[in-house]
Design a protein around this ligand. Sequence first.
Ligand code: ADP
Ligand code: MG
Length: 699
Amino acid sequence: MTPASPTTDTPLQFLKGVGPKRADIFRSLGVETVLDLLYYFPREWQDRSETADLSLPTASGLVVLKGRVLRARQFPAGPSLALFKASLAARQGDVEAVWFKHLNHRFDVFSGLKKDAAPGSDLWIVGRAEPSPSGIRNVRVEEHYLLSNERWPIHVRRLTPIYPLTQGLSQRLLRELQFKALSAAGAASETIPPALARSRGLLSAAQALRAIHFPGSPQELDAARSRLAYEELLLLELAWSLKRRQARQLVKGFSYAIKRTLLTPFRNQLGFVLTGAQKRVINEIFADLQRPAPMTRLLQGDVGSGKTVVALAALLLAVENGHQGALMAPTEVLAEQHLATARRMLRGLPARVALLTSRVTGAKRKAVLAQLARGEIDLVIGTHALLETGVALPRLRLAVIDEQHRFGVRQRATLRQKGGPLIDLLIMTATPIPRTLALSLYGDLDVSTIDELPPGKARVETLRVGETEALERLKAAAAVGQQAYVVYPVIEDSADADLRSAKAEFERLRSGPLASLSVDLIHGAMPGRRKTAVMEAFAAGRTQVLVATQVIEVGIDVPNATIMVIQNADRFGLASLHQLRGRIGRGAAASACCLVSASATPAADQRLKTLCSSGDGFRIAEEDLRLRGPGEFLGTCQHGELSLRAADLVRDASLLAQARDDAETLLARDQGLSRPENRALKERLLELYGRRWNWIDLE
Ligand code: ADP
Ligand code: MG
C-alpha cells in the first residue's frame, strides 16, 4: 500500500525508496514516521552555487557545474582501486571529472556510472578541485546528477542539506526523502500557541521545517533554526518548570525546628568562623528543609570552599529533630575522611555516627545494619553501599550526596527513587558549572553556590617548570616538614613512550631523585584497604611524598601537603587539573602546583596557560566550556537527554532566557496546559519528557 502523498503520521516504510530494511535503519535513529523524518535535521548546509569561474579557486573548495560528457573511460589505479574519467564540456570550460572506486571482483563497480556518464550525457557534478596552477582542470567527483532526472535541483545549485548518516543511508536518499516528506509539512501541527508565535515573530512550523531542510537563503536558514531551537527550549523550560511546580506541591510529612541543641556546640567547636557564603547557603538549605515540600538542592562550591561543614550543619539539623541523615561519598577513602571530620566536629555531642562502605564486612556490618534498621544511628556516612537493597534506613529524612562528577538528570532521578521520593536531598558538586549552563543543566534543581573561599588559606602558585625544578621545590618543602603529591596520568607503562606512569616513576623516584624521602604510591587499581592505609599514613605525616594517579582528585584533605607536581600535565583536562590542584593550599603555608609537560598541543598549551593564570573554578569552567564546546563538556549522554536537535545551550543562551520567561507566563495562566490553544504543546511535552524522565504527570 503506497498512499498517494504522505501525511505526517505515515510510517516511513511506505515512502518510495524505503523498504522494511531501510525502515529498520531509520528506526535505529529514532525516525519512524514522516514527521520524525522532518525533525531529523541536517548537520550542515553546503553552499552549492554553481562555480562561476574555473580560473579562480572557490571559497569552499567545492566545484559545482553542469557539463556534457565528451569521452569517458575506466583506468586501473592500483591493486584494488580503479578510477573513471570523463571529459566534460561545461559553460565555464572543459574539465576532467574523476571518480575513484574500490574494485569488487563480483561486479562492475562502475556499471551505473558508465550509463550515467556515457558520451552525450548532461550531468551536474559536485566535487573537489584537484589543485593545479592553471586553475581547475581536474575535479574529484563526490556526487553527480543527470540533468534528465528532474530531481537534480534537490541536490545542486542551492544551500544543500548534509545529514548525519549511518551505514545503509546516503545523502542523496535522505534529501530526496525529506523533499517528499515536506509535502506533508503543511499539516505539521503547530506546537507553539498562536499568540506566542505571533508575539515572538516566529515562522510557522511548516515554513520552518521547509527552510531547515532546503533554505532559500542563509537568512531564512537562521530564522528557521531559531524557530525550531526556540520550540525545543520552550518545551525544555516547560518540563523543568512543571517539575519544579509539582515538586513544590509534594508534602514530605515531617518537619524541622531549629533547636540548636547540636548546632550550637557544633559551631563552637569548629575551630573557625563560617564564611559569609557558608552562612548564606546554610540559611538557604535550612529554609528549604523547613518547607513542607521535599528539598532538591544542588550545593556547588569550588574545591576547598568548605562544603563539608555546610553538609554537616544540615545533617545535624535533621538529627536535632530526631531524623536520620546520610552522607554519601563517591569513594571509600573519602567516606572515611568524612567520617573522621564528622567525629572530630561532633566530639562529645549526642549524635551517633556510623560508617557503611563495602569494606565494613562480617560481624561489624551486621551490627551496623541492625543498628541502622532499628534507627539507633543518627548519621550514617558511606559510599554507594548505602544504596544496596539490604540497607534499611527507616528514619532517613535527609540524604547528602557528595558527588565528584557532573551527573545527568536521569541519574539524579534514580538516586532520588532509591532514597524514597519524599525525603530531602542535597547534592554537592565541586565542579562548578559555568553560569551560562547552570540554569540549563540544573533547571529542575534549586542551586546554592559558595562563592568565597575560607580565609587564612595561602594562595596556590601555579607554574610550568621542568622536572628538575619541580623536584627541587618538592625537596625544599620536605626539608621544612611539608608534604607533596606527584601525579601521573596513567598507572602503568604503555606503548605511548611519552606517557609516564605512576608505578614506574614510583620506583624511579624513590631509588633515585627522592631517595632521601619517604615515598609511597596510590592508584585506582589498588585494593581499597591498601588505598586507605596509604592515605592514612600520608594524612598522619608518616609519608612525605605520595606518587599518585587521579584517584587523589576527589576531596582528599591533607593541609600539610603544599607541593603538587603534575607530570604529563598536558594529558589532563582542565577540570581535572583544577580539581587536582585543589588538594594543596588547604593549610596556611604557601603552596605550589608545578605543571611538567615536555610537549603540548596548542589546545593543551591553552589549558595550562588558563590554569596558571586563574585559581577561580568558575572562570576555569567557562574556559573549559569555550575550549571544548558544550557537547563534550557535558558529555553526550546529558545533551541527548535534553532532546535538543536544533538548539545549542551555549550559542542559544538568549533564546533560552526567552523560552524560560515564556514558559513561566504560559504556566502562570494555564497550570495544567489544558486550554485548547496549549493542547499541542502539552502533547509534545508528554511525548518528549513525560515517559522518559517519568517526571511530569499532566493527568
Ligand atoms: P570542599 O568544599 O572542597 O569539600 P572542605 O569542606 O573539604 O572543602 O573544606 C576545606 C578545608 O577548609 C577543610 O580543612 C575545612 O575544615 C576548612 N574550612 C571549611 N570552612 C572553613 C572556614 N570557614 N574557615 C576556615 N577553614 C574552613
Ligand atoms: Mg569535599
